[in-house]
Design a protein around this ligand. Structure first.
Ligand code: GUN
Ligand code: ZN
Length: 648
């Protein structure tokens, strides 16, 4: 089993997952194949929708003598005629739907192994939402015990061990933690079908969050039985990697068409609001007039086209860094989903999700509604402002939101304040919250787009954050140049604005007082001739930092790394590498997760970091690809992309 992060956004990720039958990219969707009724064959799915991996049911195969014998003799790949990765389920769901069926938990795992399944599933105990906590706990414990037993029989097959625990977050987390300690390869989150059927998305979100908190982050997570694309963006943003769909055929049998906002009955449609190959070929009345069997087939195809399209949109959003925007837009199209989004506004959830959120993204932050202000990246900015940023004076002049960058928009006013050398901080009351004017080019303050008038709820939230940030400070709202008459003039020399800017950005990015470490000498700032923006910073003729034009954040140079290393004590900013990796790092190679011994828990994906050995000798500087928990869990993939290494 090989599972490796390639790109990421929110708590979602694009990974490569390798099985014996090839590598697939996540997030991904596995259509459910019924070996008795292959209405669309896996081969055809590959051609039509780009299907890379499918799931079928070992219980159905084992129960039928013909299928069983063929599967045992020729293998499951031959049985369903598919040469890509195949996952098998165990019969848990049948046992939930039809009541007790005769199945031995170990036998069914051995059977999956013997027919050559790439990912076999344990016979977990389906926990239903109506269970008491005691019942749920019993089922969860039985699931755990079967999981442990099953690992002994898995052979070369990847073993999927399902998280159960009904709707109780503490049971889910406990189950997930215990499963992470055994030799499992793949984690489905189970027992969610009844929640999907009743659109109980808040419970679903609570379950995903609790499970993810307990799970080993280095293994794929599969939301079992959640085949409606409506839930895909949010589930991926919370860290789910795989989905399966039997919905495509179940809904088609019912003559229902799947869309990203929900499901529509064919008879209720006066037009087909879709441009997939099916809806492009037929109009709604042609579909309605078709023989039933053909109609079901065409709707099933439409359903899969739409489902796979959503997966591709999600992957695209991850690489663009705008997955939260997609999630919010989708939530705005379904009230139950919108309701579930409220859960993501609590501090605990934001603190959890913030750990995975990259520090910078390729695209500007777009406002899509009242949830935008609750995104983890905004939460982080406010947290770093309060923990890391230091103001110079007790008085603050506040300017209303304006065009970005603010220092250009308020150029004349700022010039006047500085000419008079007033003892005041300059703050913008922006739609994203308080923005010290010297941070106005830093992501996402400059790289965000809000409408002039935003919703009342966000306004109130921002006001609260603003008040918190300015608590104890004397606040003056800018009205005119006369506003300055009341202010004290400083006796000290007015600091160069560029120095104020680089100090504030480095404190925010590397930690409180980083500027003291970096700029304790003669500073030279080199600007772009074309844009006038800061490019390179030298301290005593040593190149310590470069500023990126795109996100206004710093790229750390080795000389800057040395200064931060001397100033900050371990583990601050450190990624500690195992002895075995040291020669490679000294040779300029990146740090792979497998060789990370420990790491500063405050580092986030895309943060700059210091690579050290176990004796805290500085080896290199680079950029984190993962957070601490991920670095310590992943067997594959890069933990730190190093940029410069120490030459001793
Ligand atoms: N299919 C849908 N839900 C489940 C589940 O909870 N467990 C298993 N094994 N299969 C499922
Ligand atoms: Zn269509």
């Amino acid at each position: 089993m090989k599972f490796e992060i390639k790109d990421r956004d929110a708590a979602g990720r694009i990974c490569k997952y390798t099985t014996k039958h090839g590598t697939v990219t996540t997030p991904n969707l596995m259509p459910v194949i019924n070996p008795n009724k292959m209405i669309i064959s896996p081969k055809e799915m590959k051609k039509l929708f780009g299907t890379e991996i499918v799931i079928t049911n070992s219980y159905i195969i084992k129960k039928d003598e013909k299928l069983r014998e063929k599967a045992l003799k020729k293998g499951i790949h031959s049985l369903i005629d598919f040469d890509g990765p195949i996952m098998t389920d165990s019969g848990t769901f049948q046992s939930y739907v039809y009541g007790d069926i005769k199945l031995d938990p170990i036998e069914i795992v051995e059977f999956q192994r013997d027919v050559g399944s790439d990912i076999g599933t344990i016979l977990d105990v389906f926990g239903t939402p109506d269970q008491t906590k005691k019942e749920a706990e019993q089922g969860m414990k039985e699931t755990l015990s079967r999981a442990k037993q099953s690992t002994k029989s898995k052979g070369e097959m990847n073993l999927a061990c399902t998280v159960q625990g009904s709707i109780y977050p503490d049971l889910r987390e406990k189950c997930a933690k215990s499963l992470s300690k055994i030799d499992a390869d793949f984690y489905p989150i189970g027992g969610v079908v009844p929640l999907m059927e009743n659109q109980r998305y808040s419970d679903l979100v609570r379950i995903i969050l609790a499970s993810k908190k307990g799970l080993d982050p280095s293994k794929p997570v599969h939301l079992f039985g959640a085949g409606h694309p409506l839930i895909f963006p949010l589930a991926v943003a919370l860290g789910c990697d795989f989905f399966d769909s039997s919905a495509y055929i179940k809904y088609a049998n019912d003559e229902r068409l799947i869309f990203y906002w929900g499901t529509e009955k064919l008879q209720d449609l006066s037009d087909l609001p879709c441009s997939c190959p099916v809806c492009s070929k037929y109009n709604e009345s042609e579909l309605k007039k078709m023989p039933k069997k053909d109609r079901v087939l065409q709707i099933a195809k439409h359903n899969l086209f739409v489902s796979f399209e959503e997966i591709r949109k999600i992957r695209n959003a991850i690489s663009n860094g705008n997955l939260w925007e997609l999630v919010e837009r989708r939530a705005n199209s379904n009230p139950y989903l919108l309701e579930a989004m409220n859960l993501l506004r609590s501090k605990d959830v934001k603190d959890f999700l913030e750990q995975f959120e990259p520090v910078s993204k390729n695209k500007a932050l777009f406002y899509t509604g009242p949830n935008s202000i609750h995104r983890p990246i905004v939460h982080r900015c406010h947290k770093r402002l309060s923990d890391r940023y230091q103001t110079s004076f007790d008085t603050t002049i506040v300017f209303p939101d304006g065009e970005k960058p603010y220092s250009t928009y308020y150029y004349d006013q700022i010039k006047e304040i500085r000419r008079k050398n007033c003892e005041t901080n300059i703050l913008i009351d922006s739609a994203l919250g308080p923005v010290p004017v010297e941070l106005d080019e830093m992501y996402p303050f400059a790289q965000s787009v809000f409408p002039e008038i935003i919703d009342k709820e966000s306004e109130e939230k921002i006001t609260k954050i603003f008040d918190n940030f300015t608590k104890g400070k004397k606040i003056i709202c800018w009205e005119s140049k006369n506003t300055l008459d009341t202010l004290k003039q400083s006796k000290k020399e007015c600091l160069d604005f560029d120095i104020v800017r680089i100090s504030a950005v480095s404190d925010m990015q590397f930690g409180k007082n980083a500027s003291k470490a970096l700029f304790n000498g003669e500073i030279k700032i080199v600007k772009s001739k074309k844009t006038g923006k800061i490019r390179n910073i030298y301290c005593d003729d040593k190149h310590v930092l470069s500023m990126r034009a795109g996100d206004g954040l710093f790229t750390l140079k080795i000389e800057g790394g040395k200064l931060l290393y001397k100033y900050f004590k371990t583990p601050k900013m450190r990624v500690m590498a195992e002895e075995d990796a040291v020669p490679f790092i000294k040779d300029g190679k990146s740090v792979f997760a497998k060789f990370v011994k420990d790491c500063d828990p405050d580092l986030r994906p895309m943060d700059e970091c210091l690579v050290v050995d176990k004796k805290d000798n500085l080896l290199a500087i680079g950029r984190c690809i993962m957070n601490r928990k991920e670095m310590l869990s992943f067997e594959y993939g890069m933990a730190v992309k190093t940029r410069e290494h120490f030459k001793d």
